[in-house]
Every structure is written in C-alpha cells, then in structure tokens.
Ligand binder design. Structure first.
Ligand code: ADP
Length: 412
C-alpha cells in the first residue's frame, strides 16, 4: 500500500470517527430535555455548591437529573457528593455515569484523572476534545436536566460547551454581594450574549448571614445589589442564598445541603431559585437528528449518491435515481443498497426528500452553495467532487479511503 493511500485511509478513518462522534453527541444530547450551565465570574463564590444544590432541588421535584463537572484543574463535584473514589463504568460502547442516588447521575473529569493532585497541563484544544468526548460518549439515558458545572470564568470549557450544545437552555450565573462591585459577573453575562447562551438568571450567593443562634438573616453586606445588577443588565434574578454554616459542613461531608437541611432558610432559597428552571418549556425539537432514531445503531450511516445512467450524476439536481447505501461504520461494510427514482426537479424539494429517507451523507459530483447550505441545515453532510464512476465503487472507495475528491464540477 502506497504512502498516499495510507494517508487517504487515515483521513477517511478520521472523517468517519468525527462523523460518528458528532452523531453520538447529537443523539445523546437529544435524550436530554434541558441543559443548564452554571457559571461564575470568579472562584470561591459557591458556584459548584449552587450547581449541586440546584441539581438536587430539581431531583427533589421528581426530575431525572445529571450533573457534569467540566473542571480540569479543581473538580469539586466528586467531593461535594462524597464520590471521591467513584469511577464511571462502561457498557463496551459508552461511558456510564456514576449513580449518586436514584434520579441523579454524575460525571466528572475528576473521575478520569488518575490523581487529582497531579499537575496536568491542558491546552484549550485538548480540553475541547475531552469535553466533546464526554458529551458524545457518556450515556446518560433520558434526562430531564443536565446541570453542567464549569471552572470559574469564561474560558475554554464554557466556550466549548456553548459551541457543542448550541441549543442549551441557558446559564445560571452565580455571584456574591462582594463580587458585584467587580466587573467579573458582567463579563460573564456578556460572554453568554456573545456565544448565544441565554442567561436564565443570576443567583446572589452568600447574601447575608444566617445567625447560628437565632436563625435570622443578618445582612453583613449591602443587600439587593444582585437584583439591581440583574435589572440593569436586563437578565432575570433567581434569588439570594444566605451564608449558612451548615452548607460548609454538609459540603465537607458530601451531603447535598438542600436535601439534608431542607427546613433551613438557605435550602428554601435554593428551592425557590429553581422554580423558574422547572417552568422552562421543552423546546420543540427540529425534525432532525435531535430525535433519536431507535432503529438505528450509533454506528450506522446512510449514504446517498445521485445517479444518471448507472454512474454518478455530475449535475446533482438532474439525476434520475438516488442510490442509498446503508453502512456499518465500525466495519466499513455496505450492509444494504437501494435505488430510488429521484423526485421531480423542484427547488428546495431534495433536502426534505433526502432527509425523510434518513440520509446522513451525500457523495456528489457538483452542487451549488445554496443547496449545500440547505442540506447542512437538515444535518446532512455533503462531500463534493466525487468522480464519474458507478455509485458502488464511489462508496467502496470512500470507505476504504481511496476516494479522490476533485473540484465542484457543477457549481450552480
Ligand atoms: P466555587 O465553585 O465558586 O469555587 P464552591 O462551591 O466550591 O465555590 O464554594 C466555596 C466554599 O464556600 C465551599 O467551602 C462552600 O461550602 C462554601 N459555600 C458556598 N456557598 C455557601 C453559603 N451560602 N454559605 C456558606 N458557605 C458556602
């Protein structure tokens, strides 16, 4: 086998791998009704504490919840839930999250690091890859909410998630009364706006102190700043959580505070703060890959080739038939072939027609930019510049990495 062939094979392997990963990601995320990010401008404001207690409060309302901890440098969710020694298992094809209690599943980067004290240098693209892998390979099953905790600030981790889950429901931003005077929280809100993540609301944590003697809340810092700031920035205010010494104790013991101390003012504030989160309506799913296809394994792929007189049709829209190939991606084998007469040549018809026939990839000779965009919108990938050959050998070459893609031969 020549060098060029080898490199072509590698490229196809890489392409198929990327394709399968994106498919898995869409499938996994499609099983989760709401994805909520928890952010803060800086560390130590109680962001992870809020993430855990929001998740537990949602579960206390009968919701199936997952918690994903994306902190590479100081993952605290395992500690907060007393899961320091837990390790996720695998079912052979996916990673299974750790079951904290019935209805709450947990996945943390901390579970995957050999030793949390080891200094690991993670560069941005590596973080993005690991996060993508977590989102595509962790099998949460069906969830009502996935609560995602991040390191403080607006770095690579929230950026990656915002890009990889473009339909997230939004972010809860955690701040403290002292933090309000800094610009961090505003930066956080602006970050969400830049990456199109809706701001679900601001939680002002450590707001006033619950007196250990009388139980009343003592306002040690000026109160109401969070609400005023939220108003100024035109984002909802979800509520304030007082400083409660039992939160520290519960966290240290790995007991979710909101559940174990449900009678306290702080726990009740958490419960109130999740009310708007419980009210979020489920988004209408587009008629696309977000709807998991139960008949299709994660590794199946359907390729369509436009054909005229038994060979690839150079003019995509003028083909006589489409030949569909069902592929077993893992073994790179054609499982089934079917030839179907093409619909009439009407503008805008083919994307819907091919989407309805569950096409994942089109191997075409040439295609105009606009048509390519319409297919992308339907989640169908288009590879252009395939040679004039029989559909069977085009697909076989694609699978074995020797398909040579040339110019777009019909760009209108
Ligand atoms: P972050 O994720 O923002 O770095 P953590 O959630 O780890 O912050 O919280 C930092 C510390 O503050 C922890 O010890 C936690 O128990 C404590 N803490 C958080 N919220 C409160 C609160 N409302 N009252 C008292 N202690 C709190």
């Amino acid at each position: 086998m020549g060098k060029e062939e080898n490199s072509n094979n590698e490229k196809t392997d890489e392409r198929l791998e990327q394709y399968t990963q994106s498919e898995n990601l869409t499938h996994r995320m499609g099983q989760i009704k709401h994805k909520i990010m928890v952010l803060s401008g800086k560390g130590g404001v109680g962001k992870s504490t809020v993430a855990v207690n929001v998740a537990v409060a949602l579960a206390m309302n009968g919701k199936k919840v997952g918690i994903l901890d994306t902190d590479f440098h100081g993952p605290s969710i395992p500690t907060l839930l007393n899961l320091g020694n837990a390790r996720p298992s695998s079912d052979g094809t996916s990673i299974l999250p750790v079951n904290f209690v019935e209805g709450i599943k947990v996945m943390s980067i901390g579970f995957l690091l050999p030793n949390q004290d080891d200094a690991v240098i993670w560069r941005g693209p590596m973080k993005m890859n690991v996060i993508k892998q977590l989102l595509s390979e962790v099998n949460w099953g069906e969830l009502d909410y996935l609560v995602i905790d991040f390191p403080p600030g607006t770095g690579d981790e929230p950026l990656s998630v915002a890009q990889l889950i473009p339909d997230s429901d939004g972010a809860i931003i955690v701040t403290t009364p002292q933090d309000l005077s800094t610009n961090d929280v505003r930066k956080c809100i602006n970050f969400c706006r830049q990456v199109n993540v809706p701001v679900l609301g601001v939680i002002e944590n450590m707001s006033g102190l619950v007196c250990p003697h009388c139980g009343n809340i003592v306002d040690i810092f000026k109160k109401g700043g969070g609400e005023t700031m939220a108003k100024q920035m035109n984002v909802p205010f979800l509520g304030s959580i007082p400083i409660e010494p039992m939160i520290v104790e519960a966290s240290d013991m790995g007991k979710p505070f909101v559940y174990h101390y449900s009678k306290t003012a702080a726990a009740q504030s958490f419960e109130k703060a999740v009310e708007p989160i419980l009210d979020i309506k489920e988004k209408e799913k587009p008629l696309s890959k977000n709807v998991p296809d139960v008949n299709k394994s994660d590794t199946a792929l359907r390729i369509a080739v436009p054909v005229v007189q038994d060979r690839l049709s150079p003019h995509f829209g003028h083909c006589e038939t489409f030949v569909f190939f069902d592929i077993d991606v893992e073994n790179k084998k054609i499982l089934h072939t079917e030839s179907v007469t093409a619909p009439p040549h009407e503008p805008g018809l083919l994307p819907t027609w091919l989407h309805e026939r569950k096409t994942d990839v089109i191997l075409a000779g040439g295609m105009g930019q606009r048509a390519q965009g319409l297919f992308e919108e339907k989640g169908i990938r288009v590879l252009i510049g395939a040679p004039s050959d029989t559909p069977q050998s085009i697909v076989e070459n694609y699978l074995n990495g020797s398909l040579q893609l040339g110019e777009n031969i019909c760009d209108h």
